[in-house]
Design a protein around this ligand. Structure first.
Ligand SMILES: NC(=O)c1ccc[n+]([C@@H]2O[C@H](COP(=O)([O-])OP(=O)(O)OC[C@H]3O[C@@H](n4cnc5c(N)ncnc54)[C@H](OP(=O)(O)O)[C@@H]3O)[C@@H](O)[C@H]2O)c1
Length: 252
């Protein structure tokens, strides 16, 4: 890549992911059902999500717009794919949160903000500034096509699960229940599983190390939380469906 500091930055960020993964296995991030005192003042969930996620959309627009050739067709498709997720997560999801969702402590919001800032810097700088955008034959390359399929399948599962949680929670404000229907038939947290799948797709379709590091960090953030949620469901609801798995449908 020709930028020594960036190589070291990516290596360190990847290594840090390993440490955070181990920490999150023992200390679930203190929001939602694990909300507890001692992590700072609490922000309303809508404000928290907007603050955490908006920089990922806006900062990426900056990197794309100031890149060498923003209107190159592959560049345009890459930015459209990124924004198809972040416009939803930053500007639509916060306004569709069900009434009675938990507030979020400031420390979690700051962690989310720093994570999104660094992650977007890494992807924007690595892909749009110093990476070489491939020519349009990339659109027929198996990596682009496979990555695209992963990305949109993951996005579909993630949104479907977000929507099911929202509608079922709206009917039972402030209560926890066993979510029903759609991908919840097979998995405890299809919103998280879909999101992990989605960013693996991004890594494959851009075929870049920064995007691979993002996929890894998505697993770092959400993998331990999948297991925490799965254990919590089993402990909280004695009749929790046995066929519902944590990570891999039918298996695990
Ligand atoms: N890329 C990343 O690193 C990353 C990191 C975090 C989140 N995300 C994404 O952001 C979205 C939200 O994440 P999250 O951690 O807030 O997800 P979550 O724990 O599943 O909660 C989502 C919403 O559904 C409610 N909810 C969840 N399970 C429920 C149940 N069994 N009964 C009743 N209500 C329930 C929650 O209420 P409460 O708030 O009251 O619990 C919250 O309003 C997900 O799509 C996730 O993939 C991505």
């Amino acid at each position: 890549m020709g930028h020594g500091w960036f190589f070291w930055f990516l290596t360190s960020w990847t290594a840090l992911g390993g440490i955070v993964f181990v920490l999150l296995l023992f200390i679930p991030a203190p929001y939602g059902r694990y909300d507890r005192k001692g992590w700072g003042p609490e922000l309303r969930p809508r404000t928290a999500w907007l603050l955490m996620e908006a920089p990922a959309s806006l900062l990426m627009l900056f990197y794309w717009a100031t890149s060498r050739n923003p209107f190159h067709p592959v560049s345009l498709v890459f930015i459209a794919i990124w924004q198809s997720h972040y416009i939803y997560r930053a500007f639509i999801y916060p306004f569709r949160l069900p009434a009675g969702s938990h507030a979020m402590p400031l420390s979690v919001v700051l962690f989310g903000l720093v994570f999104n800032g660094v992650n977007t810097l890494m992807n924007g700088y690595g892909i749009f500034w110093v990476g070489s955008i491939p020519d349009t034959t990339w659109f027929l390359d198996w990596r682009f096509l496979l990555g695209l399929a992963f990305f949109f399948l993951g996005m579909y599962v993630n949104r479907r699960a977000d929507d099911l949680l929202r509608t079922q929670r709206t009917a039972q404000p402030g209560k926890y229940f066993i979510p029903q229907g759609g991908p919840f038939r097979w998995l405890s947290c299809p919103n998280y599983s879909g999101e992990i799948f989605q960013w693996c797709g991004w890594a494959i379709l851009t075929w870049s190390w920064p995007a691979g590091t993002f996929a890894l960090w998505t697993f770092v953030n959400l993998g331990p939380r999948i297991f925490s949620h799965h254990r919590w469901y089993r402990a909280t609801f004695p009749g929790y469906p046995k066929e519902r798995k944590a990570l891999v449908p039918y298996l695990w």
